[in-house]
Design a protein around this ligand. Sequence first.
Ligand code: GLN
Length: 190
Amino acid sequence: MDKLVGVLALQGAFREHIKAVSRLGATTCEIRQARDMDGVDALIIPGGESTTIGKLLVEGGMLDPLRKRVEHGMPVYGSCAGLILLCRDIENSDQPRLGVLDATVRRNAFGRQVDSFETNLAIPELGPEPVPAVFIRAPVITRVGTNLTVLAQVNGQAVAVRQGNILATSFHPELTQDLRLHQYFLTFLT
Ligand code: GLN
């Protein structure tokens, strides 16, 4: 494919996304400043610490240009902290965000006892085989806007959603060998 997928590389698990997308044959580049977005067709926002990534986006003058690109239809995929940054509303937080996804998110929603876990998720959109999913201090979506499709749930709460050109997961598919989620995202580019 002749498309260029940018992976936000300010903080967090960006290398694993680059590996996953590269294994699927797409060209990738690391996004560290606004001008790195020139010529990029899609963006992945990795997991990490959403407050830190948001702060760095503000400091780098990247928040508004990225928001505009997404609003104009650029495909974007956020995992974990990336999901948080995409959401319009973050419970009990005024941290910087892109706010393009019509949803409310609760950070660290699985509590201290269940800091991290791995499970197999049913995601019918990706085929009949369950998808291995790694959750690390993961958020859940507590309000789903009318234009969102819920792709997967845990305990009845949304952990993977799509809203047009925007894909978001609470979990980290890039930490498994299963490439179906990234493959699904790449279909947004065609
Ligand atoms: N708990 C982190 C946050 O609120 C997200 C964790 C992750 O990305 N693995 O930003």
